[in-house]
Design a protein around this ligand. Structure first.
Ligand SMILES: [Zn+2]
Length: 308
């Protein structure tokens, strides 16, 4: 029995050590295998405790060079990311991809200007960035304080209109642009070597999904993602998963309940502020940051759905 216990302890220790070696030198990036690395931002709300580091950032290393998917919300996060990549490879940064316009995903771009990559985004990203520049600059000063300095907006140099394939040498990345869903600037990335789908904020795991684009559009796009031939998914926020069909279904369940509850309340003449307290209430225990995110969703969607 004692031998069994010792064996079990040894195995447990070995598996812990295994997971530690999976974290690269910097601990900023988690090695998820075959040249794919992910940084997981913290689940903090943008209004309370936001420090610029809340979203997922991914790095894909090919034989010719590197692609970065999202860069975090400040120059500081971008610099940490750039130095973590330097510990993995000296290959050039060929592409910096932004999955959409939201500030927590784009302001680390500035740390990559010296690398002269192609900055890649949805065909509508440049316009969306320019329209929001003033508001986002103010938001950064308010929430990031000193870290706002140098967190400048870097516009895309390469547009994704429909689909676009990027060549990293021994692997390709297929980028796809979507109609309005989470935002009007959403793209996804599929890595050919690992069959990994990077969804940006079309998919959240753990954290309550939010949207500002089009809830019906998002539900439809999630149906499209379900048809993809991939093995794992890295969401915009939350842990990567091999049960990605389940993760997409979870988000669709929340969105469908939210949509149905808001529609029903509009029909009954129940106000938006009352709806904020009750819509999708059964989902509360299933998601992180539910109250703040769900209220924000009702605030976005109620006025849209009133005019259906
Ligand atoms: Zn977003």
């Amino acid at each position: 029995m004692r031998i069994l216990i010792q064996l079990w302890m040894l195995l447990t220790l070995a598996s812990c050590a295994g997971s530690i070696t999976n974290i690269t030198n910097s601990t900023f990036l988690q090695d998820i295998g075959d040249g794919v690395y992910v940084h997981h931002g913290k689940h903090l709300d943008i209004d309370t405790g936001y420090q610029g580091d809340i979203c997922n950032i991914s790095v894909i290393v090919g034989s010719k060079g590197v692609a970065v998917i999202d860069t975090g919300g400040s120059l500081k996060v971008g610099i940490a990311l750039r130095s973590a990549i330097a510990q993995i490879t000296r290959l050039p940064i060929l592409y910096v991809i932004n999955t959409h316009v939201h500030p927590d995903h784009i302001f680390g771009n500035a740390a990559f200007i010296a690398d002269r990559p192609q900055f890649v985004g949805h065909a509508k990203l440049a316009t969306a960035m320019k329209l929001r520049q003033e508001a986002y600059d103010k938001l950064n000063v308010k929430y990031l304080g000193a870290d706002a300095k140098g967190s400048e907006m870097v516009l895309p140099t390469l547009e994704v209109k429909d689909t676009l394939v990027l060549d990293l040498g021994d692997r390709t990345l297929k980028l796809t642009a979507y109609p309005p869903a989470h935002t009007n600037t959403d793209i996804t990335v599929i890595d050919s070597k690992t069959s990994t789908l990077f969804t940006g904020d079309l998919l959240f795991t753990e954290r309550t999904p939010v949207l500002e684009g089009d809830i019906k559009g998002l539900i439809t796009v999630l149906d499209v993602l379900k048809t993809y031939d991939v093995k794992q998914v890295v969401p915009g926020h939350g842990a990567q998963t091999k049960d990605w069909q389940g993760a997409i279904s979870n988000e669709q369940r929340y969105l469908n309940i939210l949509l149905a509850d808001i529609r029903a309340n509009i029909k009954k003449g129940i106000s938006m502020s009352d709806t904020m307290n009750t819509a999708a209430a059964g989902e509360r225990d299933k998601w992180v940051l539910f109250d703040v995110a769900n209220r924000r969703n009702v605030n976005t969607l109620y006025p849209q759905l009133e005019w259906e």
